[in-house]
Write a protein that binds this ligand. Structure first.
Ligand SMILES: [Zn+2]
Length: 225
């Protein structure tokens, strides 16, 4: 499946399995790289594109898995939020888990791609690939979202899924709790992003949502916890 235009500026790269896991290409910047076994497919999707940087919404294994491979193959720098830097550089998921003794950590580390040096961190208000960086911590400490005000497109990583994690049905849901660093902070980030009033919302998991009102309704119904 080739890259799918979301808007005139944003391309969605359907990874494996298609529509369940996405990377994005915007203004010569690759956002996320999928799981570590998808490198060949990702590089094929990027053929013919001129890239200047690779950024992460966050450094979980299904988003950083091919970051080293793609940065090395294309000679581009890796950027991420400060709170995810250690995990992006090492692949070790420990710093992204609320419980550093979680029995999930060895499994997540097995799934994780190799770390890669982070050339710089991004913070609220920075511009990358024509998008504005929005800090959206909670799912991980340094989780980032990306916003294009002109087109009202939001790329929000895993602040919310547009896929029910167990049934894989296309519906809005909170991300996996076991892998969420601070649920209350993530819910606050969802409200912060909804306040931007996006029209097109792009997710790490699930297809884009072009009904801003459905997004608003869902976020308004989230608990305040
Ligand atoms: Zn994810």
């Amino acid at each position: 499946m080739p890259p799918i235009p979301v808007t005139e500026t944003v391309m969605r790269l359907p990874l494996v399995p298609p529509h369940r896991l996405n990377a994005y290409l915007v203004g010569g910047v690759l956002i996320d790289s999928g799981g570590r076994l998808g490198g060949r497919r990702l590089l094929r999707l990027l053929e013919g594109q001129r890239l200047s940087a690779h950024v992460l919404t966050h450094a979980h294994p299904d988003h950083q898995g091919c970051s080293q491979r793609v940065c090395r193959a294309l000679g581009i720098p890796l950027l991420c939020g400060a709170g995810d830097r250690a995990a992006a550089e090492s692949g070790d998921q420990r710093t992204l888990m609320a419980n550093p003794g979680s029995p999930m950590i060895p499994l997540l580390n097995l799934m994780s791609g190799p770390g890669h040096p982070v050339a710089g961190t991004l913070a609220e208000g920075d511009e990358i690939g024509g998008l504005t960086v929005i800090e959206a911590p909670g799912h991980t400490p340094g989780h980032l979202a990306f916003w294009e005000e002109r087109t009202r497109v939001l790329i929000l990583g895993d602040v919310l899924f547009h896929m029910q994690p167990l049934t894989l049905r296309t519906t809005l849901s909170e991300p996996f709790r076991f892998a969420t660093f601070d649920r209350a902070a993530n819910l606050a980030s969802a409200r912060k992003l909804a306040a931007l009033d996006p029209e097109t919302i792009c997710f790490g998991h699930g297809p884009p949502l072009t009904a801003g009102d459905a997004f608003q309704r869902f976020v308004a119904g989230l608990p305040r916890a």
